[in-house]
Design a protein around this ligand. Structure first.
Ligand SMILES: [Zn+2]
Length: 362
């Protein structure tokens, strides 16, 4: 199957040509002191969508053309709809923060039909670069709306002020292409692929290019250097629009890795740093797939993404329960076919995962 080292490839053959996307990615600008410029070009008056913990240190970048600030408190669609009704009049939306601020900014821009400017403050997910807002309704995730920002502004110095783990965990949303590719091919071979998403080796090869660019820069990403920020954010930029650009298909990006995250949320009732929990799911999935788990684990160790349950605020027993419940959960939640359907998580496997996990991150 596709191989994380890049040395060998049984599925994504190097001979497979990449068929370039026919739809654009979002305009993205890298630089310094970008936040202070927003008040000079965002349509006035503007609404800032951000988080309570960020605003006090960033408020001084905005001037008297600020119509208001929406502090993100909920991703629940019904709650958010009511909150948006209470907002003042404004002419543009500035998203300022991590994935949640980006998603809510998209939703508000969509419902009020105003221009959108996105300023991510961390590299956690590809939310700044995707069309739809990932919200919740009735306890389930829903990707809703349509928002193409005028620009996504990535300020190197702002990104570097985010907690290190938040930034570094962003690699997992790209590294997981490794396990996703195995799952898509497996579904194809088992006759279980979705009719609308037949296995496409060109798409897999295109995703592989982004995965390889991140793998080649893990040390820079760990250091959150300019080069590391550029590499990871450009991979996110591709991944963000790839869902739309592949015909609302994420098979080349998400697999058992994300299934495990959703199962872990269900089992524990808790929320996690997205990439960190996806990282654990990716390692569990690679073990189940017998798809170079040691290389997956080594990439996480090198990047400094600790995926031990304790590092994400849960116990080993909770993480292990989610592993044992995975096969049940994916049918309960009606997720697409992955290795979780094809192979049981045995006690031996859970024990091997535990031993290797604690030996790696000690
Ligand atoms: Zn993800």
């Amino acid at each position: 199957m596709s191989v994380i080292s890049g040395d060998v490839a049984e599925v994504s053959s190097p001979r497979v040509t990449v068929r370039p996307s026919t739809a654009p990615e979002f305009p993205t600008v890298f630089g310094r002191e970008l936040l202070g410029e927003l008040s000079s070009f965002a349509h006035r008056p503007y609404l800032v969508v951000t988080m309570p913990d960020l605003w006090p240190s960033l408020e001084h970048f905005f001037d008297s053309n600020l119509a208001g600030v929406h502090m993100v408190s909920s991703l629940d669609l019904e709650t958010l709809t009511a909150q948006v009704e209470g907002l003042p009049t404004f002419a543009s939306v500035i998203g300022l923060g991590g994935g949640q601020a980006m998603d809510v900014a998209k939703y508000i821009s969509w419902t009020r039909r105003t221009p959108l400017f996105q300023t991510p403050t961390a590299m956690t997910t590809n939310a700044p670069f995707s069309h739809r807002a990932l919200l919740r309704t009735g306890g389930k995730a829903v990707a809703l709306g349509w928002a193409v920002p005028e620009g996504v502004y990535v300020d190197f110095d702002v990104i570097r002020t985010a907690p290190g783990l938040l930034n570094r965990s962003g690699v997992c949303d790209v590294l997981c292409y490794h396990t996703a590719h195995y799952d898509w091919k497996l579904a194809h071979d088992m006759g279980k692929e979705e009719r609308r998403w037949p296995y496409d080796e060109h798409l897999v090869a295109e995703a592989r290019l982004r995965l390889d660019s991140v793998l080649a820069n893990l040390d820079e990403i760990r250091a959150v250097s300019d080069e590391g920020i550029r590499t990871l954010m450009l991979a996110h930029r591709w991944g963000g629009t790839a869902f739309h650009n592949a015909g609302w298909n994420a098979r080349h990006m998400d697999g058992v890795d994300h299934c495990y995250l959703y199962c872990l949320e269900y089992v524990t009732g808790k929320h996690f740093i997205h990439g960190q929990a996806v990282g654990l799911g990716m390692y569990v999935g690679a073990e189940l797939q017998r798809n170079e788990p040691d290389l997956v684990l080594d990439a996480l160790r090198r990047t400094g993404v600790d995926i031990r349950p304790e590092a994400m605020g849960i116990t080993w027993d909770e993480a292990a329960t989610a592993m044992r419940q995975l096969a049940w959960y994916v049918r309960f939640a009606d997720l697409w076919y992955t290795v979780a359907d094809a192979r049981p998580v045995t006690d031996e496997l859970v024990e091997r995962i535990r031993e290797k996990l604690y030996a790696t991150f000690d």
